[in-house]
Design a protein around this ligand. Structure first.
Ligand code: SAH
Length: 342
């Protein structure tokens, strides 16, 4: 049985037509599902009773269930969700002033095995369906009675390795009949999946694109990220240029600062060169500790010098104050069930 939250509004219109119902029901259903927080079909009070029963028979409802939550004194909150098949994913809510950013997962586990990240340590299980991606956000919205203002696809998994479902989730969140979340409030982060970047460019939506760069040197990047062998830096950067040429929003480079590996002024200069050419922003993230991984963050002074060097070169750069480290909710620490217990 299909989860009704897997369907875009166009698909839902089609489904209603196939049931012999008017297409406008899709807009009404979207309002119930995404605005009014309905969790059962019998809450669709402007639908005739027999239609509600037929929906009940045709669709399942609600794909993620909160299992456990941890909250950090800095306000960051990590929720472990159980999926219908018993798998788990983690989602992080990051409040900051008026903003409520949700960091959602797109896969159970990850195939890409980046040397610094916890999400790939347990291997890859499966893609999340659109309803499971959107469901993480809806569940948090209902729990706190406030809709997230921003969504970052930066949780477990590689969003552009699950591109069809990611794009559907983006369209579902974006639909004005539902949450109506503006594309410019969504950010897709990728380890550099070239066909995915190009596909995102063709959508013509104002989604923000983040590239997990971590080194501006092809050989060093390859040591950290096996995906660099398939899509070397030059190809990733070419895809970024095409993305911008297709009218995409500004690109951000995520750069984990790792002590003694990519934190010298020479590394900063190389990074500045690349960022400059693409007019990209740089977001520096001091390495978050992951149990069993042999890396550390540089000291605070080194991080600040690296930042200053980028800025002197005219690059818009920030040093991220990583949040939620105390509850293992920081960048790179999400690992599903094992993550919460570790
Ligand atoms: N697969 C996508 C989405 C995950 S985003 C991607 O790679 O972009 C998660 C972000 O956290 C990425 O920028 C990732 O590189 C970063 N990250 C992973 N492990 C980290 C760690 N131990 N410390 C700090 N950042 C980390």
């Amino acid at each position: 049985m299909d989860d009704i939250r897997d369907l875009t509004i166009e698909e839902l219109r089609e489904a209603f037509r196939a049931m012999g119902e008017p297409a406008y029901r899709a807009g009404q259903a979207f309002a119930w599902l995404y605005r009014k927080g309905a969790t059962r079909f019998d809450q669709f009070t402007d639908f005739p009773r027999d239609l509600r029963v037929r929906l009940e028979e045709r669709f399942s409802f609600g794909a993620v269930a909160p299992e456990e939550a941890l909250e950090s004194p800095d306000g960051t909150r990590k929720t472990l969700f159980r999926l219908a098949d018993g798998e788990f994913v983690e989602t992080v809510l990051i409040p900051s002033g008026e903003r409520r950013t949700v960091c959602v997962s797109t896969q159970v586990g990850c195939k890409f095995a980046c040397a610094f990240c916890a999400s790939g340590l347990g291997g890859f299980k499966r893609d999340l369906r659109p309803g499971e991606i959107v469901g993480q956000l809806l569940s948090l919205r209902d729990e706190f009675d406030a809709a997230p203002t921003n969504v970052v696809f930066m949780g477990m998994g590689e969003p552009l390795d699950n591109c069809d479902n990611l794009v559907k989730a983006v369209r579902i969140l974006n639909a004005p009949e539902g949450l109506g979340l503006a594309a410019r409030r969504m950010t897709v982060s990728t380890s550099g999946i070239v066909p995915g970047i190009e596909r995102l460019g063709t959508l013509g939506m104002q989604i923000n694109l983040s590239i997990s760069l971590h080194s501006a040197d092809d050989e060093k990047r390859g040591r950290l990220m096996p995906v660099n062998r398939k899509y070397p830096l030059a190809e990733v950067l070419k895809a970024c240029r095409n993305y911008l040429a297709a009218g995409g929003r500004m690109i951000t480079f995520e750069y984990i600062l790792i002590r003694g590996f990519n934190d010298t002024s020479g590394d900063a200069d190389k990074l500045a060169g690349i960022a400059h050419r693409l007019k990209a922003k740089v977001n520096l993230i001091p390495f978050s500790p992951v149990r069993g991984l042999p890396f550390a963050a540089p000291d605070a002074g080194t991080c600040r010098s690296f930042l200053a060097r980028l800025r002197e070169a005219g690059v818009a750069a920030t040093l991220r104050q990583s949040k939620g480290g105390d509850i293992r909710a920081a960048c790179g620490q999400l690992a599903g069930k094992t993550g919460v217990r570790s």
